[in-house]
Write a protein that binds this ligand. Sequence first.
Ligand code: SF4
Ligand code: SF4
Length: 262
Amino acid sequence: MKSMKDVRPIQMGLNSRFKFKCYPGISCFTECCGRIDIALTPYDIIRIKQRLGMRSDEFLRTYTRMEIDEKSGLPLVYLLMPAENNHKCAFVTPEGCTIYSDRPCACRYYPIGQATLQREEGLEGIEEFYFLIKEPYCKGHEEATEWTVASWRVDQEPDLYDEMNREWKAMMLRRDSNARQAVDEKKQQLFYLASYDLDNFRRFVFESRFLEIFDVDPQTQAAIREDDIALMKFAFNYLKYLLVIEQSLTVRPQSQPAQPAA
Ligand code: SF4
Ligand code: SF4
């Protein structure tokens, strides 16, 4: 299986130009929706699970696979492209993507890839840059329509995704630079739970000793009970605490950290 990791990137800024057009009827239509590694962010998963009306664990079990990232030691989740489906994404049909308006951020950007660097501490220290992915089978690069990265972004609408993903990516980068501290299996499980399996993370918060241990104000509790985005942002704080990146949660006096609910 090829991967975006195997493609040599040509670095681009927002004003960089490229020629490209993708449309139903092009000879390679949907070729790019198979045999590729598409990593999902927590926000990608919220959008798709809500679109499908599924719980997070059901979505993860049905449509994803997990790998431990060598560099960070943390679990990453990828869209499943099973051999029995000819290594194609489950959401592709001859007419195109069936979850198009909720497709993952990586699919929105394609054939642009996005990478993130941490120049300085904090969200302001993050630098995002872009690169062009030129797969030999993709005929869109032979079309005459000209874009800049900025106009492509307007067309594909990744802004909300970028906003939602930034804090999580920054945390991954800080974990990368702190990778001397090994992540044990328990922390990997908790990272998976809080990043990807949000419905069970909600159970963990409300049905374990979590709230006896961490001091979470009533307004936050009310928000995270109902709202997946509020829960995701709260989970980012928990992850920063878990990975010893930041003292982002307040521990009640004489408490021990919670373990996941059985
Ligand atoms: S033109 Fe490229 S992006 Fe569009 S369907 Fe073909 S392979 Fe995919
Ligand atoms: S989610 Fe949609 S756009 Fe992305 S690989 Fe699957 S079918 Fe293609």
